[in-house]
Design a protein around this ligand. Structure first.
Ligand code: NAD
Length: 369
């Protein structure tokens, strides 16, 4: 019997509607091959939602997302909605709001070099050859969500310091928060090369010492088959660019993950190729790592591959359709190996007739499925 999955589509702003259409095209193609039907409900998020409803995350969008088996998001934002007025709604409130409402505490960012694009990296080809890692970032705890305050300290609080401004942020984690992100990392490793690198600052921070202890307990008790190593965050920053090939799954807390995932993304050199998944215990959300590229919106030249690779992640992590996911990856690799490029990933020697637009790139991927 044909299996049916309900997907909430959030095209958002800028190039969003153009690239999400290609993601849907690819989903439909793999669905047909694997006797699976995908049904779609489109909803508003970001700038388009502000225009239509006065808020970046309308209640209806949340209702549709919560009732779906997965959410496919393109990107939100654009100059039209840029504002520093705190009273005005901003597109990114839609993003943060939906992640929070769906309880998405894990962010997965694969960083993979497609050999055909290896020279887009700023690192030497022999360093990046074969890079294939997954950054697992804790998304709803730590420093970004802790208690914070800024105030004027009249007397320097009894220290020898003079009066002046004072501010603090707090870095806090609870045991269950570390346990659940550790499990996500070990599970991801089992779908890959069975190795987890847990990144912390255990030589200084108490939260890190607790983090390390819990990750090791979960690893030993529940995932003895997965190799586990610890690495300090400063050392990780160096190792990521000196031996990126050695990493499989990298798991870390929110702020370290924020910084390291951008560093790792830069290894590939091509923003239009990077997908991401945000997972919790219910409906998960999949999106490209790039923004809404308002500078090229509506011109049919956006690269849809990050969106298509976010569909690959959806199949893998929400629907356990690993074979179909592998098909998508193989198809994207084949298209690139044949020399097809969108403008953003073209190389100096790319032939003019191999440069294609958004729709043609989607069609090429489908033709290889
Ligand atoms: P961006 O990622 O949108 O664009 C950066 C550069 O990369 C631009 O030159 C753009 O044309 C290019 N680019 C990005 N994706 C591309 C693609 N698929 N194909 C071809 N070229 C591509 O980042 P930005 O310019 O800093 O931000 C633009 C808007 O996007 C802002 O409003 C920002 O707030 C928003 N944004 C949204 C998200 C999200 O929705 N998750 C993430 C980042 C930025």
């Amino acid at each position: 019997m044909t299996k049916t999955y309900n997907i909430c589509l959030l095209p958002g702003d800028g190039i969003g509607p153009e690239i999400i259409a290609e993601g849907v095209k690819v989903l439909d193609a793999v669905g047909a091959k694997y006797d699976t039907a995908f049904s779609y409900t489109e909803a508003l998020l970001g700038g388009c939602a502000i225009d239509a409803c006065g808020t970046a995350l309308p209640d209806e969008t949340l209702r549709v997302a919560e009732a779906s088996d997965a959410v496919l998001l393109a990107a939100v934002g654009g100059p039209k909605w840029d504002t520093t007025d705190p009273a005005k709604p901003r597109p990114e409130q839609g993003l943060l709001g939906i992640r929070k409402a769906l309880g998405l505490y894990t962010n997965l960012r694969p960083v993979q070099i497609f050999n055909a694009l290896a020279d887009a990296s700023t690192l030497k080809p022999e360093i990046v050859d074969g890079v294939d890692m997954m950054i697992v970032r804790e998304l709803t705890g730590g420093l970004y969500f802790g208690r914070r305050e800024r105030f004027y300290d009249e007397d320097g609080c009894g220290t020898s310091g003079a009066a002046g401004q004072r501010a603090y942020d707090t870095l806090e984690y609870r045991e269950y928060e570390v346990e659940r992100i550790a499990r996500q990392a070990f599970e991801a490793a089992r779908k890959r090369r069975n190795k987890v690198t847990s990144v912390d600052k255990a030589n200084v921070l108490e939260t890190s010492r607790m983090w390390r202890e819990i990750v090791h307990r979960i690893g030993a008790q529940e995932y003895p088959d997965v190799e586990l190593e610890d690495l300090l965050v400063d050392n990780t920053a160096m190792q990521l660019i000196s031996r990126p090939v050695d990493f499989d799954v990298v798991v870390t807390e929110n702020m370290f993950g924020d910084i390291l995932s951008d560093e790792a993304a830069q290894i590939t050199g091509s923003l239009g190729m990077l997908a991401s998944a945000s997972l919790g215990d219910g409906t998960a959300l999949y999106e490209p790592s790039h923004g809404s590229a308002p500078d090229i919106a509506g011109r049919g030249i956006a690269n849809p591959l990050a969106q298509i690779l976010s569909v690959e992640m959806m199949l893998r992590y929400s629907f356990d359709m690993n074979e179909a996911a592998d098909d998508i990856r193989r198809a994207v690799t084949a298209v690139l190996d044949e020399g097809w490029r969108t403008g953003d990933i073209k190389q100096v020697d790319t032939l003019a007739d191999k440069i294609v637009g958004t729709v043609a790139m989607g069609d090429l991927v489908v033709s290889h499925l």
